[in-house]
Ligand binder design. Sequence first.
Ligand SMILES: [Zn+2]
Ligand SMILES: [Zn+2]
Length: 274
Amino acid sequence: MTTNFKNCLSTYPFLMVKKGIAIFEQLIYPLKCLKCNAYIDPDMGKPNTMETCFCDACMQAGFYHIEDPYCLKCGVKFSQGFSQVFNENHVCEACIKTPLKVEKVRAATEYKGIIKDAIPLFKYSSKLAAGKVFELLLFQTFLTHYEKPDIDLIIPMPLHKTKLRERGFNQAFLLIRNFVKLYQQHYGQTPLWKIDTGVLVRVKKTKPQTGFDIEQRKNNLKKAFKVVDQKRVKNKNILLIDDVFTTGATCNEAALELLKNGVNRVEVLVLART
Ligand SMILES: [Zn+2]
Ligand SMILES: [Zn+2]
């Protein structure tokens, strides 16, 4: 009891200073909604959450975490059914008919509601403040599905060099750039996996996939990726990272190139999926 009281006393001045700094920062840099620019109440709780990036009105669009039941392969969320069997995770019809080249896909959220507004703001309008929030969301999903990680390499989905030059950053890399630090904070040890940003490159400048059907998407992406050093990937278990998963055409094509180069297994982790 006494010790607890002493601890409270010793942390009290520190907390006061921290709060003081936070108030001061609020005066100089008030929080504004990344979508509509409305001021956000600085007292809304934990920093780096969706609520610190988007105002209440914009958050009304909804945030849709992917929870059970979902497809064990492609990670698509199932709507709750009447039967208990369908409320359990299982493999969806699409995955039975046309299996993906990747072992499994896991996503933090469904690509709808506020996240559907937020990702383009992050990607195309350089609202990079959202990136920090997305990274934490993705890391939570990583912890959920990769608690005992049997992965060797984490690879952010590469961009073609022209696109990288135009955009100035690779959004998939921004989603994991602090993963090692976050892992160390969570587990108190260095991860056994490494992040490799150079072994897989995008050699073909593909057209935007919007408006293409599945077959056209596949053709557009044919031979789009290249492994530059086979030794770095051979017999490895790889986790590919991307911001959005739609039909899976991009992940499949990247996985094909990796598997062709002797990779043992490819899995995918994305921020949002349709
Ligand atoms: Zn707003
Ligand atoms: Zn599926």
